[in-house]
Ligand binder design. Sequence first.
Ligand SMILES: [Zn+2]
Length: 456
Amino acid sequence: MAGEHTQETTELLSTLIRNACVNDGTPDSGNETRNSDLLRTFLEGPGVEIESYTPRPGRDSMIARIEGTDPDAPTLCFMGHTDVVPVSPDGWTQDPFGGLVLDAEGPDGRPFKEVWGRGAIDMLNLTSSMAVAFKQLARSNWKPKGTLLYFGVGDEEAGGVWGAKWMVDHNWDAFLGHNGRLDYVLTEMGGWNHGGGRRVGICIGEKGIAWRRLRVKGTPGHGSMPYGTDNAVVKAAEVVSRLARYQPAAKLDELWAARITTSSMPDDLKAALLDPARIESALGELKPSSAKHLHACTHTTISPNVVHGGVKTNVIPDVVEIDVDIRTLPGVTGEDVDGYLREALGELADQVEVSRIFNDEASASSTRTPLWEILTERTRVAYPEADLLPELIVGATDSRFFRGKGTVAYGTGLFAPSVSFEQFASRFHGHDERIDTESLGLCTDYWLGIAEDLLG
Ligand SMILES: [Zn+2]
């Protein structure tokens, strides 16, 4: 029966929200052990093996497993992060950690219920619905051919250092199924409908992160006699403006073409956005909010975001450090990034030392998989006409660590047709984050169906 598990998912989601595993980026925040223990207790039962992992006190992750019987059948992992980002309580009209279930009116005038709180969209909605689907399979005494894993993971919101990255680096074997592999991971962020339900976006890839620190050197001197001096702040200002003016050329790949051709934009705009010679001027004509997103999807971007330099008003500074947030498209390597920086800086390049703060290349998974076919079928339960639209996201999720191991990872979900992509987008890390309970029921049935179809 459709929506049979809505109530159970709603209750679990409220409890996960109330546990308030707020990750502010400091190593001792998060306290995901609260949600990890909750999920552990929730999933315990016959036929389920569960293990907890403690990379650092308070920051547990957990894996539950229903072992397969056929060494040739695939292994699937549902991955839900258990942490949430901080809130600015003044912007909220309800308690962000109350997990309240309130009546609302849908865009189509129908009454429905919503669960309110930090994490309702990102991504405790999926973490809870995946857990309920897993539990339902376990309690029905399901004996699949392939192995099903449930991974409740901490520290997604601060880069996975104490979460997915740590687990993949230190406990990779814990993810291997009866076939000795981890074939598939399903997680955030995708499943939103575009164009009235004709297309449902699934995230198959994400941009890379290539943070760099630029150290600009000068010669110290007295601030009272600046004439002819080699002032590091003055030079750094020029470095920053060169970085701001420089832009690697647009890369218009198959994903971009699929996204633009299936969008509801006017044809002349589509043609311009698909033409390398015209895309820049076309972006300039769009609303800034869409332009910056579409720009980020087609360009490796360079943003100088932190500057430190100088010690005293009367001292000419001899060193300035500039931290630059660079986000790379698939196929762009760390060496390419260093090449872009040299090109941007021109003859100043020799006076700037570049060091790597972080270098994770972009990642993408193929859509030519049996799981992709299953996602298409299971999406059509709610959107009978829909085709899946493979998408690249400009941010980062835990999927990248698994793609790095050769696992196919997709970001997906299934949400009520009455809730628009724009509504979801505005609630991500925003005020008054909430989700309707119909979507929670759809998601739970979606995970259940996928596991049954894939693992048998
Ligand atoms: Zn998330």
